[in-house]
Write a protein that binds this ligand. Structure first.
Ligand SMILES: O=C(CO)[C@H](O)[C@H](O)COP(=O)(O)O
Length: 229
């Protein structure tokens, strides 16, 4: 049964204090940190790249950088992100013509490989072969590019479809996720939860992290019982 993993999205953090913000989240119970990497081509926004990640990696011992590559040429950055200390390299299926080769290249650099789909991409774009090769599947529940958007409910069935095909895989949701929308994500089978505004904007981020985790663990146990595991 995949365990609950909370990955606060640094897009909602104070970028001027990025290492301190990541440390604060880890102390608050976050397992991973979701590093939103945007190149101004795949999405109309620019955030950061390997040089910034490298500083965070040096400044935050033990950090697991869940790198969400919202970039037009994901093949181009694998080595740079690996050298910077990236733990997981998640690319968009819409941005590559050869997902399997890219997953292999990511694994060669000892990172976990994630495959993301945007709201208008069907879950079947992640074929059985691609899903089996990847370590994590990401269902975007907003259009990539900005934080603080409204959760898109119609993306949720894609989580359930992927969970049915990949019962043991990490399945991440990202965009507009928080205490008000976690139930739908957890019930559909997502176990890796990205939340930016809901965590960084909270007066009690530890409480929000714990609440999200509890909801996912309860739902995962229910799913496992139903499947007779
Ligand atoms: O990938 C992203 C946007 O492209 C962000 O991770 C996402 O939007 C999370 O932020 P919030 O929880 O505030 O919606």
């Amino acid at each position: 049964m995949p365990r609950a993993i909370i990955s606060p999205s640094v897009l909602a953090s104070d970028f001027g204090q990025l290492s301190a913000e990541c440390t604060r989240m880890m102390k608050g119970g976050a397992e991973w940190l979701h590093m939103d990497i945007m190149d101004g081509h795949f999405v109309p926004n620019i955030t950061m790249g390997a040089p910034v990640l490298s500083c965070v990696y040096k400044g935050v011992p033990g950090i697991f950088m869940d790198c969400h590559m919202m970039v037009a040429q994901p093949e181009k950055w694998v080595n740079d992100i690996a050298d910077a200390g990236g733990s997981l390299y998640c690319f968009h299926i819409e941005a590559t013509s050869d997902a399997i080769s890219l997953i292999n290249a990511i694994h060669e650099r000892k990172m976990k490989a994630g495959v993301a789909i945007s709201p208008d991409t069907a879950s079947t774009a992640i074929t059985d072969e691609i899903g089996a090769a990847a370590d994590m599947l990401l269902v975007m529940t907003v259009y990539p590019g900005r934080g603080g958007q409204k959760f898109i409910e119609r993306c949720v069935p894609k989580v359930a479809e992927l969970r049915a095909r990949f019962p043991d895989k990490d399945i991440e949701v990202d965009g507009g996720v928080g205490p008000k929308t976690i139930d739908a994500c957890a019930d559909a089978g997502s176990n890796v939860i990205v939340a930016g505004t809901a965590i960084f904007g909270a007066s009690n981020p530890e409480g929000v992290i714990q609440g999200l985790k509890d909801t996912v663990n309860t739902a995962q146990a229910r799913i496992a019982n139903k499947a007779g595991h």
